[in-house]
Write a protein that binds this ligand. Structure first.
Ligand code: ADP
Ligand code: ADP
Length: 229
């Protein structure tokens, strides 16, 4: 259960356009944090920096106190799992989609997924259950089913840090709640950051960071934030 910290991070995609203006925050070990804020505030940028798709102009990003610029790409990747908004599935079996990207025999990985107490609930949430034999299913799944498969794929790696980048934003709120409640339950030993723009997504968060124009506008629990003004 690592801590994740941004320490005075300054970043922009283009030379003359700064997006994050000295952003600092700390996610305690094992906390489930929601990052909210208006479109364009810089929420997804936080994820891209955490994965080192880009490096900050200045400032540091720390996992368990260690600057991610100083660890290998492999060890960074091993710590992080991401579920994006529109997960891309292959036109193949659910099993293949869950095992994709992992080393090892697909059948063994699928069997391991089906035994894993964290992953099993997502497999069970699929309406037809978990049939590894039926082909050409990935593309026929609904949005909610696709996200369940994508979550199972990410959890198979058992990442200590989970980043949900609008992972449930495109779903109806009932499906979203089912997924998030389950994810929360199976992620007690994980540190998670959920990027979200709608309030229903943050119901399960321990702590909420409100980002505005590349700055941390507020942070706290639900009740802390409701007590403001
Ligand atoms: P949010 O996730 O809060 O909607 P983003 O982090 O995606 O915001 O974007 C923050 C700002 O950075 C926006 O003004 C956006 O237009 C800009 N931006 C995002 N990606 C790029 C990019 N690849 N190149 C240039 N500007 C970008
Ligand atoms: P793996 O260890 O299998 O590469 P990752 O969790 O690192 O798994 O990434 C899964 C997929 O998501 C990869 O294809 C990666 O390129 C993509 N990805 C990683 N970070 C982001 C991000 N911030 N936004 C969108 N896609 C991402």
């Amino acid at each position: 259960r690592p801590t994740v910290a941004f320490d005075n991070v300054v970043f922009g995609y283009e030379r003359d356009r700064e997006i994050l203006h000295g952003l600092s925050f700390e996610v305690p070990a094992g906390a489930h944090v929601a990052i909210v804020g208006p479109s364009g505030a810089g929420k997804s940028t936080i994820g891209r920096l955490l994965f080192r798709f880009y490096d900050p102009w200045s400032g540091r990003i720390l996992i368990d106190g260690q600057d991610i610029a100083e660890v290998t790409q492999e060890s960074l990747r091993a710590q992080l799992g991401i579920v994006p908004q529109d997960s891309v599935l292959f036109n193949d079996t659910i099993g293949y989609n869950i095992a994709y990207g992992r080393s090892g025999a697909s059948q063994e990985l699928v069997a391991a997924a089906a035994r894993d107490a964290a992953i099993l609930p997502f497999i069970e949430m699929l309406p037809q259950g978990f049939d590894t034999e039926v082909g050409e299913r990935g593309l026929k799944l609904s949005g909610g089913e696709k996200q369940r498969v994508a979550i199972a794929r990410t959890l198979l790696k058992n990442p200590p840090i989970l980043l949900l980048d609008e992972a449930t934003s495109a779903l109806d709120t009932r499906t979203e709640q089912d997924i998030l409640t389950t994810l929360h339950r199976v992620s007690e030993h994980r540190t998670s950051l959920a990027i979200a723009h709608r309030l229903s997504t943050i119901a399960d968060a321990d702590r909420i960071f409100v980002l505005d124009h590349g700055r941390l506008a507020e942070s706290g629990s639900h009740s802390d934030l409701l007590r403001l003004d």
